[in-house]
Design a protein around this ligand. Structure first.
Ligand code: ATP
Length: 530
């Protein structure tokens, strides 16, 4: 029953509370961003039930500290002082026990810690009512009000009103609690990442900060200062040559030559002379003395790409260089010394080649001193937006074009595709898209058809109507969150639903909006759904 005329100077309970509750529920339905809803609620309380000081606190489950999320009538400094441990002061006790506490006179109750700095002497007889805000998994915060002695109020009525408001706003407070915790987690992760990056020192010529690439950078920096032979393994187009160059650049040989030899590109009869050089007249056509790549790389690094394709006869000679650091020119009589670091690379399975007697086992052990595996692009999809941006800038430079961004839909397709040709394929795809773009934006239609098939992006639609519709709804939420970089308020606005409804859907489909914050650089945050 609402009618209970208990408040001095006020006619009847319900006269102000009902419009207040109505105002709060309208606010909850309209406000786009959860963090902007708390203060207007406290303002409404002041307007309708005459509170002069009030606050909403939220428990941070990770730190077990309770913070003032928003306050009415408190200075920012007083608000910042209001941090409570579980069980500490009235607020801490309410969160710990889940029970309301009513203090009729704060100047007479030692449990009132007065962290926010209330002038107790001047405010003798002021009361404090603190009520828990409950969610399914327990107390998540409090809502509380102070009343001055001279105010017309009833603490028991205030307690009832606050309890109703507490349950009205519980879902929003819960979402805000998750938002704050998520934000803190992200901050911690960012700090860790930048700390890690400071230590690892990403080579300037290589794009990509994914965890897998950081492992590669760590190995690269460990081996660079030594003279050890390195074997770089990985699928074609993953960037093995760039890694080899980065090792050379990070070594003490940096100022000396970096000589690249593609072992599969040279015919068998030429490869030896290419590697070790030849003397004049050593074979038909050898008109003069020619230095080989090993000589050209003296004091520097030789990069033997596709080493699995080296003919067996040349493998023996390479083994000699690696073991004895010496070689002879073709047709030569003088043995030459080689102060050359060897980095080899292959996308072939050398162990299988050994079984087939196509690769020498002793050579394998000589080159496999320090293997580095470069992961395929599909295993480090987080690097795709940065790589795509890098290639857009590269082709803008080369072609004098002015492509400004890649649309959200196009980025989504790039993220979903399997990239069998790895970074080389991505580079080609962006080059083509830059040429096809007509409005300084790379759009999905500018991408090759292979990226747009359901098979390549795993988006075939099968199942009951309900399942298909759910799939579409989930995909739309993911697309929109991708476009808004995980901004829930903006995503809800674009989809024409409230943030609360979006929050419910996100839980239903177990979508983590945080994932979409790292998907793209600022340059490409606009999206096609506007
Ligand atoms: N992390 C990266 N950042 C920027 N560009 C990259 C990166 N990785 C590869 N690329 C570019 O992708 C292309 C292919 O790379 P690269 O030739 O190094 O691959 P690879 O693994 O040596 O291929 P293959 O086995 O076919 O020789 C090059 O143009 C290279 O510059």
């Amino acid at each position: 029953m609402l009618a209970c005329c208990v408040r001095r100077g006020r006619d009847c309970y319900g006269e102000s509370e009902l419009p207040l509750l109505f105002g709060i529920s309208s606010l909850l339905n309209q406000t786009k961003d959860i963090k902007d809803v708390m203060y207007p609620i406290l303002e409404l309380m002041s307007q309708y039930i005459n509170t002069r000081r009030s606050m909403i606190t939220i428990l941070n489950r990770k730190s077990s500290k309770i913070f003032i999320e928003d306050a009415y009538g408190l200075t920012p400094q007083a608000k910042a002082r209001g941090v409570y441990s579980l069980g500490e002061g009235i607020t801490g006790m309410v969160v710990k026990t889940g029970c309301s506490i009513v203090i009729p006179d704060i100047s007479k109750d030692s449990r009132f810690l007065n962290k926010t700095g209330f002038d107790l002497l001047r405010n003798q007889g002021a009361s404090f009512v603190c009520v828990p805000i409950q969610a399914d998994d327990g107390t998540i915060g409090t809502i509380s009000i102070f009343r001055f002695k001279t105010d017309n109020f009833s603490v028991s009525q205030d307690q009832k009103t606050l309890s109703i408001i507490g349950s009205l706003i519980a879902q929003s407070v819960k979402m805000r609690q998750e938002q704050i915790e998520e934000l803190e987690k992200l901050k911690r992760e960012n700090e860790k990442l930048s700390e890690a990056l400071r230590g690892i020192n990403k080579p300037a010529n290589i794009i990509g900060n994914s965890g897998k690439m950081q492992e590669v950078y760590q190995l690269l920096h460990t081996v660079a200062p030594t003279n050890a032979t390195v074997l770089i393994r990985g699928e074609s187009g993953v960037g093995k040559e760039l890694i080899a160059e980065a090792i050379h650049n990070a070594s003490s040989r940096a100022g000396m030559p970096f000589i690249k030899v593609n072992c599969s590109a040279l015919p068998e009869n030429l490869i030896e002379s290419e590697l070790f050089g030849h003397e004049k007249g050593s074979f038909t056509g050898a008109e003069g003395l020619r230095k080989g790549r090993f000589e050209l790389a003296e004091k520097g690094t030789i990069f033997l790409d596709e080493i699995g394709d080296l003919p067996l006869s040349t493998q023996v000679k390479l083994l000699r260089v690696l073991q004895q650091r010496e070689f002879d020119r073709v047709g030569g009589t003088k043995t030459l010394k080689a102060d050359v670091r060897v980095i080899a690379a292959t996308n072939r399975n050398l162990e299988e080649l050994i079984k087939e007697n196509k690769f020498r086992e002793d050579l394998f052990y000589r080159i496999n001193v320090f293997p580095i595996y470069v992961p395929p692009l599909r295993e480090r999809r987080n690097d795709i937006p940065a790589l795509a941006d890098h290639f857009v800038a590269k082709f803008n430079r080369i072609n004098g074009s002015r492509i400004k961004r890649i649309s959200s839909c196009a980025i989504d397709l790039l993220m979903l595709y399997k990239w069998p040709g790895n970074i080389r394929e991505l580079e080609n795809c962006i080059e083509r898209a830059c040429i096809l773009s007509t409005d300084e934006v790379i759009r999905s239609v500018n991408l090759p058809p292979t990226l747009q098939t359901a098979e390549s992006s795993h988006t075939e639609r099968k199942g009951t109507l309900e399942k298909v519709l759910e799939g579409v709804e989930k995909q739309m939420i993911i697309d929109t969150l991708t476009g808004t970089k995980g901004n829930m308020a903006k995503a809800a606005e674009i989809m024409g639903i409230t943030e609360r409804i979006l929050g419910l859907r996100i839980r239903k489909y177990e979508i983590n909006p945080r994932l979409y914050k790292s998907l793209r650089s600022n340059k490409i945050q606009e999206n096609e759904y506007y």
